[in-house]
Ligand binder design. Sequence first.
Ligand SMILES: [Zn+2]
Length: 227
Amino acid sequence: MPRRVIIVDHDDDDVIIDMRDRRQARTPRGAEESKVSPPSTPPLRRSDRNALSFTPRICNLIELRAESSFRVNQPDFEIIYALSGSDSNLPDTFHHFASEQVVEDARPDTVTPLVSGIVDLIKRERDGGTPPQLIVVNHTHPAPGNIPRPSSNDERFFRSAGEVLRDQFPGVTVVFGVHAISGESIRRREPPSRSEPNCLRWTSVIREHEVAFFTPDGGVHPVEYHE
Ligand SMILES: [Zn+2]
Protein backbone atom coordinates (compact mmCIF):
# COMPACT_ATOMS: atom_id res chain seq x y z
CA MET A 1 0.00 0.00 0.00
CA PRO A 2 1.37 3.43 -0.85
CA ARG A 3 1.71 5.74 2.13
CA ARG A 4 -0.76 8.54 1.96
CA VAL A 5 -0.29 11.80 3.76
CA ILE A 6 -2.75 14.64 3.78
CA ILE A 7 -1.62 18.19 4.35
CA VAL A 8 -4.24 20.66 5.41
CA ASP A 9 -3.33 24.31 5.61
CA HIS A 10 -4.63 27.81 5.64
CA ASP A 11 -6.59 27.51 8.81
CA ASP A 12 -5.74 31.02 9.97
CA ASP A 13 -5.80 30.09 13.63
CA ASP A 14 -3.45 27.18 13.05
CA VAL A 15 -0.98 29.34 11.17
CA ILE A 16 -0.85 31.94 13.91
CA ILE A 17 -0.41 29.31 16.60
CA ASP A 18 2.30 27.58 14.59
CA MET A 19 4.27 30.78 14.19
CA ARG A 20 4.07 31.61 17.89
CA ASP A 21 5.12 28.11 18.90
CA ARG A 22 7.98 28.13 16.44
CA ARG A 23 9.38 31.40 17.75
CA GLN A 24 9.13 30.24 21.34
CA ALA A 25 10.72 26.93 20.49
CA ARG A 26 13.56 28.30 18.41
CA THR A 27 14.59 31.52 20.03
CA PRO A 28 17.66 30.70 22.08
CA ARG A 29 17.80 32.06 25.62
CA GLY A 30 19.17 35.57 25.71
CA ALA A 31 18.45 36.12 22.02
CA GLU A 32 15.16 37.95 22.52
CA GLU A 33 16.73 41.18 21.18
CA SER A 34 16.91 39.59 17.73
CA LYS A 35 13.14 39.96 17.43
CA VAL A 36 13.38 43.74 17.43
CA SER A 37 16.46 43.95 15.25
CA PRO A 38 16.17 45.22 11.69
CA PRO A 39 14.90 42.57 9.27
CA SER A 40 18.37 41.89 7.87
CA THR A 41 19.97 38.79 9.35
CA PRO A 42 23.68 38.28 9.89
CA PRO A 43 25.17 36.50 6.88
CA LEU A 44 25.87 32.83 7.34
CA ARG A 45 29.46 31.84 6.88
CA ARG A 46 30.00 30.62 3.34
CA SER A 47 31.69 27.69 4.96
CA ASP A 48 28.37 26.63 6.52
CA ARG A 49 28.49 23.11 5.24
CA ASN A 50 24.85 22.45 6.07
CA ALA A 51 23.37 25.35 4.12
CA LEU A 52 21.47 24.58 0.95
CA SER A 53 23.04 26.35 -2.02
CA PHE A 54 20.52 27.87 -4.43
CA THR A 55 21.46 29.26 -7.82
CA PRO A 56 19.62 31.57 -10.27
CA ARG A 57 18.79 28.51 -12.43
CA ILE A 58 17.08 26.65 -9.58
CA CYS A 59 15.18 29.76 -8.48
CA ASN A 60 13.99 30.29 -12.07
CA LEU A 61 12.79 26.68 -12.31
CA ILE A 62 10.78 26.79 -9.10
CA GLU A 63 9.37 30.23 -9.94
CA LEU A 64 8.17 28.91 -13.31
CA ARG A 65 6.69 25.78 -11.76
CA ALA A 66 4.83 27.67 -9.05
CA GLU A 67 3.52 30.36 -11.40
CA SER A 68 2.48 27.94 -14.16
CA SER A 69 -0.03 26.21 -11.90
CA PHE A 70 -2.41 29.18 -11.92
CA ARG A 71 -5.40 29.52 -14.18
CA VAL A 72 -7.58 32.48 -15.00
CA ASN A 73 -10.73 32.77 -12.91
CA GLN A 74 -9.82 29.84 -10.72
CA PRO A 75 -8.53 29.87 -7.16
CA ASP A 76 -4.80 29.30 -6.69
CA PHE A 77 -4.04 25.66 -5.88
CA GLU A 78 -1.27 24.16 -3.77
CA ILE A 79 1.32 22.19 -5.71
CA ILE A 80 4.22 19.98 -4.71
CA TYR A 81 7.58 19.57 -6.45
CA ALA A 82 11.05 18.41 -5.49
CA LEU A 83 14.73 18.98 -6.12
CA SER A 84 17.49 16.45 -5.75
CA GLY A 85 21.27 16.62 -5.86
CA SER A 86 24.43 14.55 -6.07
CA ASP A 87 25.86 16.80 -3.38
CA SER A 88 24.24 17.04 0.05
CA ASN A 89 23.59 20.80 -0.23
CA LEU A 90 23.46 21.53 -3.97
CA PRO A 91 20.22 20.77 -5.86
CA ASP A 92 20.92 19.82 -9.49
CA THR A 93 17.70 18.12 -10.70
CA PHE A 94 14.14 19.40 -10.71
CA HIS A 95 11.23 16.97 -10.28
CA HIS A 96 7.89 18.15 -11.60
CA PHE A 97 5.17 16.31 -9.69
CA ALA A 98 2.07 16.81 -11.77
CA SER A 99 0.85 13.29 -12.26
CA GLU A 100 -1.61 11.14 -10.38
CA GLN A 101 1.37 8.98 -9.45
CA VAL A 102 2.39 11.63 -6.94
CA VAL A 103 -0.53 13.96 -6.40
CA GLU A 104 -3.89 12.45 -5.56
CA ASP A 105 -5.64 15.70 -4.93
CA ALA A 106 -4.85 19.42 -4.97
CA ARG A 107 -7.06 22.22 -3.70
CA PRO A 108 -6.49 25.80 -2.64
CA ASP A 109 -5.64 24.70 0.89
CA THR A 110 -4.61 21.06 0.48
CA VAL A 111 -2.21 18.95 -1.49
CA THR A 112 -2.28 15.17 -1.11
CA PRO A 113 1.03 13.59 -2.15
CA LEU A 114 1.90 9.91 -2.27
CA VAL A 115 5.37 9.53 -0.84
CA SER A 116 5.88 6.24 -2.71
CA GLY A 117 5.24 8.15 -5.95
CA ILE A 118 7.81 10.78 -4.98
CA VAL A 119 10.37 8.03 -4.36
CA ASP A 120 9.66 6.29 -7.69
CA LEU A 121 9.87 9.49 -9.70
CA ILE A 122 13.14 10.63 -8.11
CA LYS A 123 14.68 7.19 -8.78
CA ARG A 124 13.55 7.28 -12.39
CA GLU A 125 14.44 10.88 -13.18
CA ARG A 126 17.94 11.06 -11.72
CA ASP A 127 20.54 10.95 -14.46
CA GLY A 128 22.14 7.53 -14.71
CA GLY A 129 20.20 6.35 -11.69
CA THR A 130 22.80 7.68 -9.25
CA PRO A 131 21.27 7.81 -5.77
CA PRO A 132 20.74 11.38 -4.56
CA GLN A 133 22.63 12.82 -1.59
CA LEU A 134 20.00 15.57 -1.27
CA ILE A 135 16.19 15.63 -1.60
CA VAL A 136 14.23 18.86 -1.13
CA VAL A 137 10.43 18.47 -1.20
CA ASN A 138 8.57 21.76 -1.51
CA HIS A 139 4.88 22.60 -1.50
CA THR A 140 3.29 25.96 -2.17
CA HIS A 141 1.18 28.18 0.05
CA PRO A 142 -0.74 30.36 -2.40
CA ALA A 143 -2.56 33.54 -1.39
CA PRO A 144 -4.46 34.12 0.75
CA GLY A 145 -2.45 32.62 3.57
CA ASN A 146 0.83 32.77 1.66
CA ILE A 147 3.05 32.40 4.71
CA PRO A 148 6.32 30.41 4.38
CA ARG A 149 5.75 28.45 7.60
CA PRO A 150 4.58 24.87 7.97
CA SER A 151 1.25 24.12 9.59
CA SER A 152 1.12 21.46 12.28
CA ASN A 153 -0.11 19.02 9.62
CA ASP A 154 2.79 19.97 7.36
CA GLU A 155 5.16 19.15 10.23
CA ARG A 156 3.58 15.71 10.57
CA PHE A 157 4.08 15.19 6.83
CA PHE A 158 7.76 16.28 7.13
CA ARG A 159 8.37 13.65 9.81
CA SER A 160 6.61 10.76 8.08
CA ALA A 161 7.85 11.53 4.55
CA GLY A 162 11.36 12.16 5.91
CA GLU A 163 11.40 8.68 7.40
CA VAL A 164 10.35 7.06 4.11
CA LEU A 165 12.86 9.05 2.03
CA ARG A 166 15.77 8.29 4.37
CA ASP A 167 14.79 4.65 4.37
CA GLN A 168 14.72 4.54 0.56
CA PHE A 169 17.88 6.61 0.04
CA PRO A 170 20.32 5.75 2.85
CA GLY A 171 22.55 8.66 3.87
CA VAL A 172 20.47 11.26 2.01
CA THR A 173 19.91 14.76 3.43
CA VAL A 174 16.16 15.47 3.40
CA VAL A 175 14.85 19.05 3.51
CA PHE A 176 11.30 20.35 3.23
CA GLY A 177 10.39 23.73 1.81
CA VAL A 178 7.29 25.87 2.13
CA HIS A 179 6.99 28.07 -0.96
CA ALA A 180 4.71 31.04 -0.27
CA ILE A 181 3.48 32.77 -3.42
CA SER A 182 1.51 35.99 -3.51
CA GLY A 183 -1.47 36.91 -5.63
CA GLU A 184 -0.87 38.43 -9.04
CA SER A 185 -0.12 42.09 -9.71
CA ILE A 186 2.38 44.04 -11.80
CA ARG A 187 5.69 44.18 -9.89
CA ARG A 188 9.30 45.13 -10.39
CA ARG A 189 11.56 42.10 -10.52
CA GLU A 190 13.82 41.70 -7.50
CA PRO A 191 16.55 39.03 -7.42
CA PRO A 192 16.59 36.39 -4.68
CA SER A 193 18.07 37.27 -1.32
CA ARG A 194 17.81 35.84 2.17
CA SER A 195 14.97 37.23 4.26
CA GLU A 196 15.77 34.78 7.09
CA PRO A 197 18.70 32.38 7.54
CA ASN A 198 16.44 29.61 6.18
CA CYS A 199 14.39 31.67 3.71
CA LEU A 200 14.90 33.11 0.21
CA ARG A 201 12.68 35.89 -1.09
CA TRP A 202 12.36 37.34 -4.57
CA THR A 203 9.86 38.94 -6.91
CA SER A 204 8.97 38.04 -10.46
CA VAL A 205 7.16 40.55 -12.65
CA ILE A 206 3.82 39.34 -11.27
CA ARG A 207 4.30 37.52 -7.95
CA GLU A 208 6.33 37.59 -4.75
CA HIS A 209 8.02 34.32 -3.76
CA GLU A 210 9.28 33.31 -0.35
CA VAL A 211 10.66 29.81 0.22
CA ALA A 212 11.61 28.66 3.72
CA PHE A 213 13.41 25.40 4.46
CA PHE A 214 13.00 22.98 7.35
CA THR A 215 14.47 19.72 8.58
CA PRO A 216 12.21 16.64 8.83
CA ASP A 217 11.83 17.31 12.57
CA GLY A 218 10.65 20.88 11.90
CA GLY A 219 13.90 22.75 12.68
CA VAL A 220 15.15 25.49 10.38
CA HIS A 221 17.51 24.44 7.58
CA PRO A 222 19.82 27.28 6.43
CA VAL A 223 20.00 28.35 2.80
CA GLU A 224 22.42 30.49 0.79
CA TYR A 225 22.00 32.09 -2.62
CA HIS A 226 24.96 32.10 -5.00
CA GLU A 227 24.94 33.93 -8.32
ZN1 LIG B 1 1.53 23.65 3.96
